[in-house]
Design a binder for this molecule. Structure first.
Ligand code: APR
Length: 311
């Protein structure tokens, strides 16, 4: 079988790490697309990783371009084109500038990659993935936003750090929009099958929930110039792998809801199954009244950002 083709739309921090991880996992050939001013820069990244492949025994061709014609035939796109946050900025502060960029990306991908599985990372995530879907008209199964995999990984990391246990044994789910209103669900978090609520007192759990909500901002402050990129890249690659290998992974993602959770016509973080069909199914979890109220509060934040797109 011919190798699969993965297009990285935006070859900055996240795009570069995604290229590295895809090469190391031998998921397929990589094309990095960026703006003409950055073409040599992304060519340099692609060549650097290409020259790493013999060290990793990994067969993968990496190329870079500023022409969408080279993206044609992609099986998956990972979209990070846009501007990241600086300290003091919210994700919503990026809306105006990133909406223009996503509109350009959508017009081009509509032309060259109508059948791909599209994973959007550009922030503010829930409104940018909404805009991408509206502008392309692609089916909801094939357009997904990456947020929940990352938010859940952050929650799991903090639980593992607190308890001094393996991250492998911490399972969790975080719902809602990708921002301070997100809804980590400690009730559903288990550690080796044991409910987290039996292992930690409420105040420690509350502190972990809050740190998860603020985790992106914590990194923005520490980096001083830009936002997280290793963990977002790994999260997107996990989703790409689930699609390419038909793994049927159960992960939270920003999915387009048409009645699930009582939500109509918005992207928001919910557990889904990702396989060869893309977002094959949205899983509906029974929520407590308090959890449901938090999800609805998060939806309000998403709706506000979506309204600003005027789409
Ligand atoms: N088409 C293609 N690429 C573009 C375009 C465009 N119209 N506009 C900007 N880019 C490219 C930039 O040139 C840059 O190389 O997108 C890349 C973004 O990379 P970084 O600035 O390093 O940002 P990164 O940390 O990768 O984050 C990208 O993902 O998580 C979100 O908030 C984050 O919105 C940001 C995005």
């Amino acid at each position: 079988m011919a190798r699969r083709k993965i297009a990285l739309i935006g070859g900055g921090q996240i795009g570069g790490i995604a290229a590295l991880l895809i090469a190391q996992k031998e998921l397929g050939d990589v094309v990095i697309l960026d703006i003409p001013e950055k073409e040599n820069f992304v060519k340099g990244k692609a060549l650097d990783i290409q020259e790493m492949t013999p060290i990793d025994d990994s067969d993968c061709n990496l190329t870079a371009t500023s022409s969408y014609d080279d993206v044609a035939g992609a099986d998956v796109t990972i979209i990070t084109a846009g501007v990241p946050r600086k300290p003091g900025m919210s994700r919503e502060d990026l809306l105006e500038v990133n909406l223009k960029i996503i509109s350009d990306v959508a017009a081009n991908l509509k032309r060259v990659a109508p059948d791909a599985f599209h994973i959007v990372l550009t922030n503010p995530l829930d409104s940018m993935v909404y805009a991408f879907k509206k502008l392309t008209g692609f089916p909801k199964q094939k357009v997904v936003g990456m947020a929940g995999v990352l938010d859940t990984a952050r929650f799991r990391a903090f639980v593992a750090m607190e308890l001094g246990v393996s991250v492998e044994d911490v399972a969790a789910v975080v719902l809602g929009g990708h921002g301070p209103t997100m809804v980590p669900l400690p009730r559903l978090c288990t550690v080796g099958g044991i409910p987290l609520t039996e292992l930690l007192p409420k105040e420690r759990i509350d502190a972990i929930v809050q740190r998860t909500r603020d985790a992106g901002t914590e990194i923005v402050k520490l980096l001083g110039n830009g936002s997280a990129y290793f963990s977002p890249a790994a999260s997107a690659v996990l989703m790409a792998e689930a699609y390419l290998k038909d793994k049927k992974r159960v992960v939270p993602c920003a999915a387009y809801l048409e009645g699930e959770y009582g939500i109509h016509g918005y992207y928001i973080g919910v557990p889904v199954i990702i396989g060869a069909g893309g977002v094959e199914k949205v899983l509906e979890v029974q929520l407590t009244d308090e959890e449901r109220a938090m999800l609805m509060n998060s939806l309000e934040a998403v709706k506000k950002a979506v309204a600003e797109t005027k789409l």
